[in-house]
Design a protein around this ligand. Structure first.
Ligand code: C5P
Length: 297
């Protein structure tokens, strides 16, 4: 069984006050983009995981691996002991703010559901996904969607066209909890009350009409100042993208990947080239969205 799962960028990430359970209530507009991991599941006695590809040396293959945890959670849900060798082909940056770990977990759920002949409905997979991590349900769903709660309660957003992006990949990842903690620290230092997150209507309209110029103007990420505080060198990368005509430039999720919205596919290709040739980014990848969530291939 082979499942292809996309990366995501958050076109709006509004972070509410810290909750008692350590999470934050969000308005999180997810958008799936055409950078994919592949998860292969093969019959086996026990559950194992192996990782291939660019970032493989940075991914744990022990019990902490989210794909392995996903397979275990699915077997538990089915009430039986199952085995699977999971082989992950990684293309999504690790700890990059693009939900790479969540993608692998979503891929493992779909692949093992098939391999083990469980035939669980999508809703059951979504429920297991929500327990595994806040971004895992969106990796299953794909497309464009508004996430509320921790980000796991999703409603789909129809989009009026394809958007073209460039992602500048940074050396080394950022841990999501430490970026949220930095966000809380910066807010506490400021002393202002944290407002309840609100969906941006102009952004929703831009998505609905497929207006890249308007979408670019309305991109927002409340975690950006925290990511920049931890990685100040990302600020000049964002500036360089704007100078090369990006319609919008933001840190992707908790970072450190930077996302640039381009006018069209050609502009995305040129922008990626400009960012790397000028040294503003080590690696830049063009991609488009929205794309489907975890899909059997
Ligand atoms: O849900 P997940 O395991 O992906 O979350 C990782 C971490 O990100 C959490 O432990 C928490 O520190 C932070 N987080 C948060 N609020 C959210 C989602 C994640 O504070 N809504």
């Amino acid at each position: 069984m082979t499942v292809r799962v996309p990366a995501k960028v958050n076109v709006q990430l509004s972070v509410g006050p810290l909750r008692e359970d350590g999470y934050h209530d969000l308005v999180n507009v997810f958008h799936a983009v055409s950078i994919f991991d592949e998860v292969v599941a093969k019959e086996s006695e026990s559950i194992t995981v192996a990782v291939n590809g660019k970032w493989s040396d940075q991914v744990p293959t022990d019990e902490s691996n989210l794909a392995m945890r996903a397979a275990r959670a699915l077997a538990k849900h089915a009430g039986r002991t199952y085995g699977a060798d999971l082989i992950i082909q990684k293309d999504i940056p690790v700890a990059g703010g693009m939900a790479g770990g969540s993608a692998d977990a979503a891929g493992a759920l779909v692949a093992c559901n098939e391999l083990w002949g469980l035939g669980l409905p999508f809703e059951d997979l979504m429920e297991i996904a929500g327990d595994l991590g806040s971004d895992v349900p969106f990796s299953l769903l794909g497309g464009t969607a508004v996430g509320t709660g921790r980000g796991e309660q999703l409603s789909e957003v129809p989009t009026g066209g394809t958007f073209h992006w460039v992602f500048a990949l940074a050396e080394g990842g950022l841990s999501t909890p430490s970026v949220y903690a930095e966000c809380d620290r910066l807010r506490a230092a400021e002393g202002a009350e944290v407002p309840w997150p609100q969906l941006n209507d102009s952004l929703m309209e831009a998505l609905g009409t497929g207006d890249a110029y308007s979408l670019g103007a309305h991109l927002s990420n409340d975690l950006q100042s925290a990511a920049l505080s931890l990685r100040p060198e990302l600020a000049p990368t964002l500036d360089a993208g704007r100078q090369h005509g990006a319609l919008g430039a933001i840190v992707s999720g908790s970072g450190p990947t930077c996302a640039f919205l381009a006018i069209d596919a050609l502009h995305a290709r040129d922008l990626a080239l400009s960012l790397t040739t000028t040294g503003a980014a080590h690696t830049a990848v063009a991609a488009h969205g929205p794309v489907q969530g975890a899909t059997l291939v």
